[in-house]
Design a protein around this ligand. Structure first.
Ligand code: P6P
Length: 342
């Protein structure tokens, strides 16, 4: 049977009334931009794009206060340029930019807001470990022609589409627009994304967790207790052994979970409590939550469903507990019981 390309899948979705023409074009444009990012990241040292961004010895720092890699900047530019002229967007917002970027007046504007982390996990770039692009799409409020940050501050339940592209041994796009989660693999010889898994399902139970154990001494008591029970294994209260993974690249860790199940945790800890967490709500937690929930998984802050949070800032950070539904529920209940609310 002929493989189904992303374009054919989007036409199928339009015919089914799951997406409209403008959203279909938006997804195509983002996927095409990610193919260019895949080319840039795959060059490694040969492309002259490794290392830190910045000129004449000064280190470039992004809005998060993080050192920017050259590929962070390049990936951001690729996504902005690709989305400027198609007429499908009202504005873009990025992890790499303080404020939203308007669509230039010389181009037509559309009804969608696009947010992205152009190259998540980029600290892994120089050591050739998988990184990725994460994106989320919202509807631009009616009558708003110059969207400001507050127009992006919609709960994750309002997302029209979300996806990530993981740049690994294969370049893989995982996408949802509310009718299941689907996986497309880049056929480099043809240059198109091909449907490789339709309606992905994350197993509800797992024996594999992902967390940065070096933060353990800073975790809140419920997290200390919960992870301690996983580490106790078969002889402990869970009665089974668990395996651990931590890539320190959210897209890679989440793709493993989307592929074979598992849970990913970035909980609050004493070091990051005042900033609300490590991962960003609008362009990391919300899109990943949408993708995971549509695949039968769960995504919480450890105390409530991520997608029901009312955002308070474009670069707001939150704790993230996501993956196999039953295990996320165990971890979340640990916190709610400790709070006396369960
Ligand atoms: P840590 C990458 O910087 C990132 O935002 C996520 O991709 C990843 O899961 C996390 O931070 C890694 O954080 O504290 O382990 O370096």
């Amino acid at each position: 049977m002929q493989p189904i390309s992303l374009i054919q899948f989007l036409i199928e979705a339009r015919r089914a009334g799951h997406i409209n023409a403008e959203l279909s074009l938006l997804i195509e444009v983002v996927a095409r931009a990610c193919k260019r990012i895949a080319v840039a990241t795959s060059k490694g040292a040969l492309g002259g794009v490794l290392g830190m961004a910045g000129s004449d010895g000064t280190q470039s720092i992004n809005v998060q206060g993080e050192a920017q890699k050259k590929l962070d900047v390049i990936s951001n530019e690729i996504l902005l340029e690709a989305n400027a002229w198609g007429g499908h967007l009202a504005a873009c917002a990025s992890e790499e930019m303080e404020d939203p970027q308007q669509i230039p007046d010389r181009y037509p504007k559309g009804n969608h807001l696009l947010m992205f982390d152009p190259l998540d996990g980029s600290s892994n770039i120089d050591v050739n470990i998988s990184v990725g692009t994460i994106f989320s799409v919202l509807h631009c409020p009616d009558g708003v022609t110059e969207p400001k940050a507050e127009h992006f501050l919609q709960p994750g339940t309002e997302q029209l589409a979300a996806g990530y592209v993981v740049y690994g041994p294969a370049t893989v796009l995982v996408l949802t627009f509310g009718h299941g989660t689907h996986e497309f693999t880049l056929d480099r010889e043809v240059g198109s994304f091909v449907l490789t898994r339709r309606n992905v399902r994350i197993p509800e139970q797992t024996a594999e967790f992902a967390i940065n154990m070096s933060n353990q001494r800073h975790w809140q008591a419920p997290m200390q207790r919960y992870i301690g029970e996983l580490l106790a294994g078969k002889s402990g209260p869970r009665g089974k052994d668990f395996n651990m993974r931590w890539v320190a690249s959210m897209v890679a860790d989440v793709h493993r979970i989307v592929t074979r199940g598992g849970v990913f945790y970035y909980p609050l800890d004493a070091e990051i409590e005042k900033q609300g967490g490590k991962l960003r709500l609008m362009y990391e937690a919300n899109p990943m939550a949408f993708i995971v929930e549509q695949a039968g998984g769960a995504a919480s802050t450890g105390r409530q469903r991520i997608m029901e949070l009312q955002p308070t800032g474009l670069h707001q950070r939150v704790p993230v507990f996501l993956g196999s539904k039953d295990e996320v529920e165990v971890a979340t209940n640990c916190h709610l019981q400790a709070d006396g609310t369960h």
